[in-house]
Design a protein around this ligand. Sequence first.
Ligand code: ATP
Ligand code: MG
Length: 229
Amino acid sequence: MGTDRLPTGIPSVDRLLGGGLETDSVTEVYGEGGSGKTLFCLEVAHRVARENRWVFYIDTEGVSVDRLRSMAGDGLEKLLKRFLLSTPKDLDEQTAAVRTACSLAREGRRAVGLLVVDSATAYYRLSLSGPGEDDARQALSLEISDLVLTALRAHVPVLITNQVWRSLRDGHLEPLGGSFLNHAAKTILFFERLPGPRRRVVLMKHRDRPEGSAEFRITERGLESAGSG
Ligand code: ATP
Ligand code: MG
């Protein structure tokens, strides 16, 4: 069986991805604060829920409902009926939330159209400076493996976001989470801030698409294609 695609609803990004997010693998979005990672997750989630499929959404920033309200307006209540939302407050809660979402998705009782973890690494970053670094790294690896298996077995596209750090060597922005995360995600997108509401999406890794980039614009109601991409 070939890999299906879930359209993001942003034409420039869908062209870049050859139709949308792969439905049997993990897509990682990384970028600076304000680059649009959360808005992108919500844009895709909004679209999936509108089509009456379930969205399992793990939100470590606690912002999703307010943001969805501005996208959905009066339709918010109906939309939230298709959301299984969890807002973990620390790494342990995140681990439990991911485990639950993965097992429910694999159980197959609900028609799940998307699983989001935004952010997969924010709590992990907090743990990096403490004595629990090894445990945090291991917890993250287990979580990501669970997500990879869920995407593959349940055919649920998994979308995760990742924070960045700036390399002292050359000043580049690098994703957190090390090589494990980079191997686990089959598609990797880097979001860059451009002036005003414009953002660039750079395709850093894909199984069968050439490298390239696209643009979108942040508007009151969500994300729209921009530029020529
Ligand atoms: P972080 O890493 O901090 O979580 P992020 O990549 O998730 O950041 P978002 O929260 O998705 O970023 O993007 C927020 C950006 O969108 C901010 O720059 C904000 O100013 C902008 N923004 C949010 N709503 C609107 C709007 N209605 N019109 C224009 N810009 C907006
Ligand atoms: Mg965010």
